[in-house]
Design a binder for this molecule. Sequence first.
Ligand code: GDP
Length: 395
Amino acid sequence: MDNPLHSEFTEGIKEALQNNNQALAAAKIQEYLDQQNNTPLNIAITGETGSGKSTFVNAFRGIDNSDEKCARTDENTLEVISYPHPNYPNVTLWDLPGVGTTKFPADKYLELVGFEKFDFFIIISDTRFRENDVKLAQEIQKMGKKFYFVRSKIDNDLRAEERSQREFDEKKMIAQIRENCIQGLQQQGVESPKVFLVSSFKLQLHDFPLLHKTLERELPAHKRNALLLAMHDINLEIINKKKEAFQAEIKYLATLSAAVAAVPVTGLSVAVDVALLVGVVTKYVVGFGLYSSSLKSLAGSTGVPLKDLTAAIHLPLAVTKITPFLILKLLSQCVSTAASTAAEEESRYIPIIGIPAAMGLSFITTYRALSTFLNMLAEDADRVFTKALGLNTSV
Ligand code: GDP
């Protein structure tokens, strides 16, 4: 799907090139990469103290509850506290006090927390949803915003039930809890409530993947990538979607690279291309969580030794500092002709910025390099995820 930002940006490049201002053209490439990471997404998390808000906020951001940067988990949360995503500061989770812990009615509460800035609300409860939750949901709806009910700590319920029953049927139990929540909400006047059963300790299980899908579907198109990238790899589908989102950008990046190559200044093209490659490949590594602290945290939460996860990574770009030198070295080793047909196919985008087709060589080189790095890193991410979850299938 085309983003107006892309065309606005390519226009800027075109103009800079027509004015023979290659420095401005290069700056605009950087600006473009920065803009990709800057669509704001603000997620409000509200619920009573102890319902599991902070743990959810941390899990969503891929932060251990024991990490220094984590949200507090042991005090009353009476103020609105922002928790930016560690890799995507444009994505912020906001920990809001439960409406029942304040003296304000739901409508005043929303005004006080500054509801306008939030893209959607998540209302958390570790038991049934209460009157206050419902009143708040109704006010949120009145304000034209979306809300989702999250029933937290589902692992606790399952464990307790498993202990108490001889014949334990997880699916049945989950269905029952969901039904109870829905019925409770309906009785209090919420029409067709959406309730997601979640364990913040294992986001890949239960309804969290469904919550992500629902949010993705209901968010405006230009916000979807912000949500997708901020989401850590909870399943192979997310890895694949990230790969598709990155892939969709490559033709623009290659076009821009070709535009810069059109400027007849010796050496400039190579320098800018490598800088661009370093920036984009770093974004892939971060997006797929293939850097050391993310892998350490994955090892910690799954109990799979870090060395086993690292062994699943084939491309030395992950877990190593990405430098222009490393990129150039890998370019000569890994970038085959495999992506060339696709690159030639995509070179029809070159006229977008009105440069001669002869510049296609630079386009194809950049396209091929980025596609190859992306494919290899996505395969690494698949292997790491498969290993971490102890899945037998490799995708
Ligand atoms: P908050 O006051 O709403 O921010 O709640 P916390 O996030 O501090 O959670 C309260 C307690 O519930 C803590 O001891 C958490 O470890 C625990 N907790 C939170 N989420 C979960 C969960 O999904 N599963 C389990 N088993 N415990 C959880």
